[in-house]
Design a protein around this ligand. Structure first.
Ligand code: FAD
Length: 465
């Protein structure tokens, strides 16, 4: 039945005279679906070559009552790109042109399917960078990052995707093109409607073009791993260097013990310089005028902080290769799923000063559910974004999964944080959205969805607008 629905949709699409490529069920089933195994379940993908083709295709889908699932790089981690038989995947892969880099004004105009890395490389030719960075940079697209309001490594300094976006073009569910490609920071001309599409996970339209704000690029960097007694000590280290005008903090990632220990084991990393029972390890990267001066300031700073903060080990990378190995420990976090394929993952944000309390209380709540569960904890410490992976969850009941969810999310909203920091809601965090999200915001979001997509054809079953 499912194959019939996909084949029938494919046949109908082939009769349309639109500037687009098509991939049918036989071909799609042989391709890698990205981060979620069900992304290609719909079986049919259209790849429009122009925004006009997106618009015409969306109009046709609206008239035929065909639901649409937009997809970019398919690196999303919450099932936002899952498609079902009868639904049409619209991919932005053929909308991948960097149309302009305005170096003097520090902006780029790009089509939605441009990858983050492609934009970073193009901007680097002008001494600029994107001001936002993610480990999935090689595959994640600008359109996908807008749609999930991606965060990443530099959010503590530059904000999240929302703060790097100056303009947006999007195709609305009725096929109309919303074009607001302003290249200015200041727009005070009524509600700034481009923000509707940021974080909407494809439920309100297909983002086709984006104006991205660019930042200065500093290449002279020093990278260190530092053993810390708690998150507060890590934040104090970050604060120390943020107050030094000669250096810029380029990354501050904290890995709690179980994460660091297992990452070091998997990647064959020698952690002999660290005291055995160190609670957490901070990965800190600084940039400055020259590598020598940056390393000097780094080492001097750590020496000053050593005793007051109770640091338990530190190592400054002596080569680019060594720095890459430090980053590998943090960025290749999928090692967790090699060790624990059924681990449950969460992505929360909290005011940074609350992190230690939260981690202690969360662990106590989790132990009360069942001491067999343990939590890998790691994340972008300077903006309070924690990732958690809960282990020993193979074959657990639905009730147990909800108990674990409650152990992780309890108190997060009350502490002025969010149950989803940077990955979105998608299909997998729907229950959390209903249970731990803000009810007034939910109601307003539903009203907006009903106004823009009255027939519910845009990415149904995901963010429950
Ligand atoms: C190893 C790894 C590390 C990661 N690290 C981070 C991190 O540090 N920070 C972070 O924020 N995220 C991170 N992510 C998550 C992921 O990279 C982001 O969610 C990314 O923003 C998604 O981009 P994409 O192009 O892959 O979108 P997809 O996965 O294709 O889509 C994501 C959602 O956006 C919608 N969508 C995609 N394109 C469009 C469009 N043009 N218009 C409308 N809707 C669209 C889809 O329907 C879906 O709901 C990581 C992922 C991996 C695999």
């Amino acid at each position: 039945m499912a194959e019939d629905a996909a084949a029938a949709l494919f046949d109908r699409l082939k009769t349309l005279d639109l500037e687009m490529s098509l991939i049918g069920p036989d071909d799609l089933s042989t391709r890698a679906p990205g981060e979620h195994p069900l992304n290609f379940q719909g079986g049919v993908m259209a790849l429009p070559h122009t925004v006009e083709a997106v618009s015409d295709l969306v109009r046709w889908c609206a008239s035929e009552g065909i639901a649409i699932v937009p997809q970019g790089g398919r690196t999303g981690l919450v099932g936002g790109g899952i498609s079902r038989p009868g639904e049409l995947i619209i991919s932005t892969a053929k909308l991948a042109t960097i149309e302009a880099i305005h170096a003097a004004e520090r902006t780029a105009v790009v089509q939605a399917g441009v990858t983050l890395q492609a934009l970073q490389e193009a901007a680097a030719e002008h001494g600029l960078t994107t001001g936002i960075d993610l480990p999935s940079r090689g595959t994640a697209t600008i359109g996908g990052m807008v749609s999930t309001n991606a965060g990443g490594i530099l959010a503590f300094r530059n904000g999240v995707m929302r703060h790097q976006v100056l303009g947006i073009e999007a195709v609305l569910p009725n096929g109309e093109i919303f074009s607001d490609l302003t290249r200015v920071v200041k727009v005070s001309a009524g509600p700034d409607l481009k923000h509707l599409f940021i974080g909407a996970e494809g439920a309100l339209g297909i983002v086709t073009r984006v104006v991205v704000k660019l930042e200065s690029r500093r290449t002279e960097r020093a990278t260190a791993l530092i053993g810390v007694p708690n998150a507060q000590a890590a934040l104090d280290i970050v604060g120390h260097f943020q107050a030094r005008p000669e250096v810029l903090v380029e990354g501050a990632e904290l890995m709690w013990r179980q994460f660091f220990r297992d990452a070091a084991g998997i990647f064959g990393f020698d952690a002999g310089w660290l005291e055995e029972e160190t609670p957490a390890v901070l990965l800190l990267e600084l940039s400055g005028e020259s590598i020598e001066r940056t390393m000097e300031l780094f080492e001097a700073g750590l020496e000053t902080l050593w005793e007051p903060l109770g640091l338990t080990g530190g190592i400054v990378a002596q080569s680019l290769d060594q720095a890459r190995k430090f980053w590998q420990l943090r960025e290749e976090s999928e090692f967790i799923y090699r060790l624990h394929p059924a681990a449950l993952s969460y992505d929360i944000s909290l005011p940074p000063s609350y992190l230690d309390t939260y981690v202690a209380e969360m662990r106590a709540r989790l132990a009360a559910v069942d001491p067999a569960h343990s939590a890998y904890v790691y994340g972008h410490i300077a903006d309070g974004n924690l990732h958690l992976s809960i282990t020993n969850t193979a074959n657990i009941s639905a009730e147990r999964a909800l108990e674990i969810e409650a152990a992780v999310y309890s108190g997060v909203r009350e502490a002025a944080g969010s149950f989803s920091a940077e990955h979105g809601v998608g299909q997998e965090k729907r229950h959390a959205y209903e249970t731990f999200g803000n009810p007034v915001k939910r109601l307003l979001a539903r009203q907006i969805k009903a106004a823009l997509d009255p027939n519910g054809l845009f990415n149904p079953g995901k963010v429950p607008f």
